[in-house]
Design a binder for this molecule. Structure first.
Ligand code: ATP
Ligand code: MG
Length: 314
């Protein structure tokens, strides 16, 4: 824990096996159940932008992220489109941790079925933003898909587009064509992932829109469950986090106006502050990230809170 004065969690060192760290989550092995191996995903208060983890925690972000992802997992489960990896959002018994550590872990964990993760990020885009907007300006396409001329920044796309990316072990994920993704993991699997991604996106985007929120784009990860011997089965699951402000662009519908950048409920607020540093030459998007000032921390927390409130009324 980085800041002793509050209950924010920058990183964890739990007495569990197999600790590994993503940019935001700490992942541990839990003892297997009768179906197979399990993982504990701990959402820390780390925030990353441009694939660089900032040194400043965003207090409470891990809890907000876990609440949002759980809300979506619950909602999607009812749709019966695909299985998911969530077993529980209750903090499991972990021997050897004290009450204060237990308290700080509360509401930031997910016990999941371990998967062999498909090494392709499945992105659905319903609006012209980010790298999609950049590509459209130079070539009139988004992820190779030809679009009508004259679209403006943040315009709604005629139909949502599936755009796969590689899951880079180090550095930035890279957009790739659908064909290339098929070469890496198999064309049949990619067709299935494309259909699932677009179906989940359209259900989620509709749900969000009814609550005054535009889901501009989002990213899913899928994986195959492991069996008791740790071998890969053919049981496909939705894994990782889903539809959080870390993995999605969320815009308030009330302020939506194509032709400019949108105010957002996600990391864009932090990114915009960072971009000013880049423009002034004080940061070059490489680690270490700069300390984030308190007003940007507070503004970021407020945006994640608003997203949870609007989407799930919490
Ligand atoms: N059910 C699962 N089985 C195995 N790995 C999983 C499962 N769900 C999520 N993961 C992995 O756990 C990690 C979560 O950490 P985090 O999201 O912080 O990582 P990240 O920085 O996005 O890393 P990566 O670049 O590997 O995606 C990711 O690598 C994700 O692929
Ligand atoms: Mg991730």
């Amino acid at each position: 824990m980085r800041t002793p004065t509050d209950d924010s969690v920058f990183e964890t060192h739990l007495p569990l096996q197999g600790r590994r760290q993503g940019k935001v989550r700490d992942v541990y092995d839990l003892p297997p159940d009768s179906n197979g191996p399990r993982l504990l995903l701990v959402a820390s208060d780390r925030i990353s932008a441009f694939d660089v983890v900032m040194p400043t925690p965003i207090p409470g972000k891990g809890r907000l992220l876990t609440s949002i992802a759980s809300g979506w997992f619950e909602l999607l489960r009812k749709q019966n489109l695909v299985k998911d990896h969530v077993l529980s959002t209750e903090l499991p018994a972990i021997s050897g941790i004290d009450e204060s550590l237990r308290h700080s872990l509360q509401s930031r964990t997910m016990t999941c079925r371990a998967a062999h993760v498909v090494p392709i990020e499945c992105v659905a885009r319903g609006y012209l933003a980010g790298s999609g907007w950049a590509e459209y300006q130079t070539s009139g396409t988004v992820c190779g898909v030809k679009l009508p001329p004259g679209l403006q920044q943040c315009d709604r796309l005629p139909t949502p587009i599936f755009s796969p990316a590689t899951k880079a072990v180090e550095g930035h994920d890279e957009n790739i064509s659908f064909e290339r993704a098929g070469e890496i993991v198999g064309a049949d699997l990619m067709r299935r992932l494309r259909e699932l991604t677009l179906n989940i996106y359209s259900i989620a985007a509709q749900y969000a829109l009814e609550r005054g929120v535009i889901l501009a784009d989002t990213k899913f990860e899928f994986g195959f469950a492991l069996d008791r011997n740790g071998s890969t089965t053919n049981e496909l699951m939705l894994v990782d986090e889903v539809l959080t402000p870390d993995s999605s662009r969320y815009w308030p519908l009330a302020n939506f106006e194509p032709g400019r950048d949108q105010p957002s409920f996600d990391k864009q607020f932090l990114r915009n502050w960072l971009l000013k540093l880049v423009q002034s030459g004080s940061w070059d998007k490489t680690p270490p990230g700069p300390e984030v000032p308190s007003e940007i921390v507070a503004g970021t927390v407020a945006r994640y809170e608003e997203a949870l409130q609007k989407l799930f009324g919490k």
